[in-house]
Write a protein that binds this ligand. Structure first.
Ligand SMILES: Nc1ncnc2c1ncn2[C@@H]1O[C@H](COP(=O)(O)OP(=O)(O)OP(=O)(O)O)[C@@H](O)[C@H]1O
Length: 748
């Protein structure tokens, strides 16, 4: 591929629909005609073109452009965007605008050569001018890159992330294969990469595009919980995504399978396709569960009963036969599953198991998938519980390049048993990492409620294990928590059985308020949150009350509800700084939620005596409050639980959302004193019984539902759990059959 750099002196023709352009470019003291697709009018711009020289029969020599980059000088908007990108300290949006208004195209050279002149701009003093100049000098090599990215419509915050990832090689890397952005940059999906590729002139049938499209479809299915996609569905979805005639797709799928990026297999007589990490995880989870489950500890019930009796004496609770069975099996078997709804004694059993192991002198690790769930079991068991990630020592490796689990097959967990609480939230990838670190001889006890929503990540781990009937499973169905007037637990069980909940009884804790009109409904939710519940019961709205909605979009969706709740409890004010980012304005005082695991986020706890502790890691679902916004340093500060303070550069605000209202999915593993939930129409795929069940089991003291009974009845009746493509149950069953055949073979 040849390259040529020059200035477009005239555009002869431009098709505004497809961008096809014929223009004259002055390059190397010569004038040459360039032809190709240009996303914007490039007249007067200095550009770099990539392509080849051809001889046109009529017009003579021309340069056929495959891709192009805009080179400085660039438009004022781009200069302004670069200055306010967060890379230059001391410049926010407002200052950037002012600087460009004063210095126009000369902005960069002024900052570089005569930074003292910055003081001509209103609001910039000598100190600030100096800071800007220094920061600008540090960033000088990335200027061109930022402008290249922005000329391809990449937003400032993504540009910063891209530069951080690729550094000086940014332009080359993206020009070579813009689709790599989908792999390397969090938040950039196929669609954005495709837009960039189009603006670089990449062909629609390029193999890079097809393979990226296939991966996008596989990952998109995975993000909705599936570990694989049936071949035909993958083909059709990819076709719809790429909008081509389909040419090359099947070939590329085959190539990808040969190269090892994807895996094709027959499951239940159907050809299916896996993105390799999910296949590896599913196969390994199956193998490891079976191996662990086959361990014989050489113990009998009689060996354990004396310990069990002693443990019972310590507590005031007499375990039922089923509960005893759960405790005994957990100690006798390599792998045991204990499942049951709220108040059926799961925590009580965990505590008994812990006591028995302690008496036997055995070491047990207790863990849960989220920080909040780990904190809850720590509080109720009085024993330290960690998140699974923390237990597996998820951290940077020695070369500091990649995050990985330091506990694995080479350095397994040194203990006699691992108890995982809230296991319904564990997806196939995390289960794989957990199992890698559990060596044979260590018991694995999985405790959870299989009727809760499945994990957010791919897989149906708990329910597949139970459905496979290959792992010892105890189902608890007697409810013990029956305090007077409390309907929450009873209603959870009613809903689970397909019956309507009982509500609005005198002095009870479960209410339904009818409201059909969507405006009135959201107003009522806000009124309950802001006034009625705090007044009547003394709840603190921000700390005690959580609004849960089944969906993100729509009038009663999380986005709209958050806007209304924010306007009510934390309205704009002269004394509160705010920062607009995407759909939300973040304001000092706002309740926010982290929506991604960020193992690098540094937090700081400052004690009253001025001493500080620092650490790393803020996780998906963590809730905090905005305490400070620093426009000069371009940072927003959030205080999370335990007073952990985290500084978010503005470019990282995509990790936060307002959290007055959250989706039911995001609330898994958390509990709140009060839950308010709108009951409105929504897609049946979403409004399921187990979503409703999960929502109400989040509440400890009070549930208030607002909406129309019919939609509540629809949810209760809708027990069609959104089918996930996952084959762990199939693999477990097949593996056990194979083992059975093998051992029969050995017996002969
Ligand atoms: N066998 C029993 N006899 C009497 N009370 C019991 C028995 N088992 C459990 N309980 C009591 O029932 C209540 C609920 O038990 P526990 O907290 O263990 O259930 P859970 O399944 O963990 O509930 P959740 O999932 O809602 O946390 C507790 O107060 C516990 O003390």
């Amino acid at each position: 591929m040849e390259t040529l750099k020059g200035t477009i002196i005239e555009t002869i023709f431009r098709n505004s629909e497809n961008g096809y352009t014929v223009a004259l470019m002055e390059a190397d003291n010569d004038i040459i005609t360039v032809t190709g697709v240009f996303t914007a009018d490039v007249t007067s711009e200095t550009i770099e073109v990539y392509g080849k020289k051809v001889k046109h029969p009529k017009y003579g020599e021309q340069f056929q452009v495959d891709m192009y980059n805009t080179v400085l000088p660039s438009s004022l908007v781009q200069i302004e965007n670069y200055l306010s990108s967060g890379l230059i300290k001391g410049i926010g949006k407002y200052t950037a605008k002012k600087i460009v208004e004063v210095f126009k195209e000369d902005t960069f050279s002024i900052i570089q050569k005569n930074p003292e002149r910055l003081t001509e701009v209103e609001g910039i003093g000598e100190k600030k001018a100096d800071m800007i100049a220094k920061s600008f000098a540090e960033q000088s090599d990335i200027k061109e890159i930022m402008i290249f990215l922005q000329s391809h419509d990449i937003s400032t915050s993504y540009s910063v992330k891209i530069y951080k990832e690729y550094g000086k090689n940014t332009i080359n890397k993206i020009a070579e294969n813009p689709y790599r952005l989908t792999e390397d940059i969090y938040g950039i999906g196929f669609k954005l990469a495709d837009k960039i590729a189009a603006s670089l002139g990449v062909e629609k049938t390029s193999p890079y595009r097809i393979s990226s499209g296939v991966k996008y479809v596989l990952k998109d299915f995975a993000s909705r919980g599936n570990t694989y996609v049936p071949y035909e569905i993958l083909l059709n979805s990819t076709l719809a995504l790429l909008e081509t005639n389909g040419e090359g797709i099947e070939d590329e799928i085959r190539n990808m399978a040969f190269n090892g990026g994807i895996h094709i297999e027959k499951i239940y007589d159907e050809q299916v396709v896996y993105y390799v990490p999910y296949h590896t995880a599913e196969v390994n989870v199956c193998r490891d569960l079976i191996n662990l489950a086959r361990t014989d500890f050489g113990m009998s019930e009689e060996d354990i009963l004396p310990f069990l009796d002693a443990a019972q004496e310590e507590s005031s609770i007499v375990l039922t036969d089923m509960q005893k069975e759960a405790v005994l099996q957990s100690i006798l078997n390599g792998v045991t599953v204990i499942t049951g709804g709220p108040g059926t004694g799961k925590t009580t059993i965990i505590l008994s198991i812990l006591r028995i192991f302690e008496k036997m002198g055995k070491k047990v690790f207790l863990c849960a998938p989220t920080g909040r769930a780990a904190k809850r079991i720590t509080e109720s068991s009085g024993r330290e519980a960690r998140t699974i990630h923390r237990m597996l020592e998820y951290a940077y490796g020695e070369d500091d390049s990649n995050l990985s689990f330091n506990k694995n097959e080479e350095s397994p967990l040194e203990c006699d048993a691992v108890i995982v609480d809230e296991v319904s939230m564990v997806d196939i990838l995390l289960m794989n990492n957990l199992l890698r670190a559990i060596k044979r001889g260590t018991r694995l006890i999985l405790v959870g409620d299989v009727d809760q929503l499945p994990s957010v990540g791919a897989g149906n781990v708990l329910s597949d294990i139970i459905n496979s009937s290959t792992i010892k499973t105890i189902r608890l169905d007697t409810i013990f928590r029956q305090s007077a007037g409390s309907m929450i637990v009873q209603n959870a069980h009613l809903i689970n059985k397909g019956a309507m909940p009982l509500y609005n009884k005198k002095d009870c804790d479960f209410f339904f308020m009818r409201e059909g009109r969507s405006d009135d409904l959201t107003d009522l939710v806000v009124d309950l949150y802001e006034n009625r519940l705090p007044l009547k019961y003394g709840f603190n709205p921000l700390k005690d009350i959580q609004v849960l909605s089944p969906m993100k979009k729509g009038d009663a969706g999380v986005i709209e509800l958050n806007k209304k709740l924010q306007a009510a409890v934390n309205p704009p004010s002269k004394i509160k700084k705010e920062k607009l980012y995407g759909k939300y304005t973040f304001r000092v005082g706002d309740k926010v939620m982290q929506i991604k695991n960020n193992y690098q986020a540094e937090w700081k706890i400052t004690h009253k005596d001025g001493t500080t502790i620092t650490g790393e890691g803020i996780y998906n679902g963590d809730i905090g409050y905005v305490i400070f916004i620093d426009e000069t340093e371009q940072q927003l500060f959030v205080q999370f639980e335990e007073e952990k303070e985290v500084a978010y550069p503005f470019s990282q605000l995509d990790e936060l959302i307002l959290a007055y209202a959250t989706t039911v999915h995001k609330s898994q593993g958390s509990e709140f004193p009060v839950v308010i939930m709108p009951i409105v129409w929504g897609p049946p795929m979403l409004l399921t019984r187990n979503l409703f069940y999960t929502a109400i089991t989040r509440a400890k003291k009070l549930v208030v539902l607002v909406g129309i009974e019919k939609y509540m009845r629809d949810m209760v009746n809708n027990n069609k759990i959104d089918k996930r493509y996952s084959a762990l149950d199939y693999r477990l069953r097949s593996a056990v059959e194979t083992y059975a055949m093998l051992s029969e073979g050995f017996m002969e």
